[in-house]
Design a binder for this molecule. Structure first.
Ligand code: OFO
Length: 172
């Protein structure tokens, strides 16, 4: 059985992952409205991945005799200046999620909750990958630029990246 404090913190993380899913889904809507369909598809796929992160936590809490509780979720930002602002926001958001995961790992370790400590290792690796992914997208965007032709290529690259992720997920 998990401590009450750990259940509360894991429930807060469930909500944060839900928020991440909504944030990326909203971004996909913004991208689609700008005719950046490759970016829209990538964000939509990422929103589904975030839902997976949420469900993994939800199932863990319930499997340990705790109760996963869904709280209110704040509305995500819906308008952006340009696509660069969108990806800067994703990178910043992933850094926040990493901080929260690290706090959970710290709590699990200091309270000798080694089952949760072990469970959280998947998130530690996932966050390293997520930060790396969004940082590399931002760097690519900087190189390609925001002018019409560059943007067209960037959008095509995002479409290919989403297809790659989908293929990798179906092999896993
Ligand atoms: Fe994007 O990793 Fe979950 O929130």
């Amino acid at each position: 059985m998990l401590s009450a404090e750990m259940i509360d913190k894991l429930n807060a993380q469930i909500n944060l992952e839900f928020f991440s899913a909504n944030l990326y889904l909203q971004m996909s809507s913004w991208c689609q409205a700008q005719s950046l369909n490759g970016c829209a598809g990538f964000m939509r796929l990422h929103a589904e991945e975030e839902r997976g992160h949420m469900m993994r936590l939800f199932d863990y809490v319930n499997s340990t005799g705790g109760e996963a509780i869904l709280g209110g979720i704040e509305a995500p930002q819906s308008s952006y200046k340009d696509i660069s602002e969108v990806f800067k926001a994703t990178y910043k958001h992933e850094q926040l999620v990493t901080t929260k995961i690290n706090e959970l790992v710290g709590l699990a370790f200091s309270t000798q909750d080694f089952a949760t400590f072990n469970f959280l290792q998947w998130y530690v690796e996932e966050q390293r990958e997520e930060e790396d992914l969004f940082r590399s997208i931002l760097e690519r965007l900087k190189l390609i630029g925001l002018k019409a032709q560059g943007l067209y290529h960037f959008d095509k690259e995002m479409e290919a990246l989403a297809a790659q992720h989908m293929a990798a997920a179906s092999e896993a």
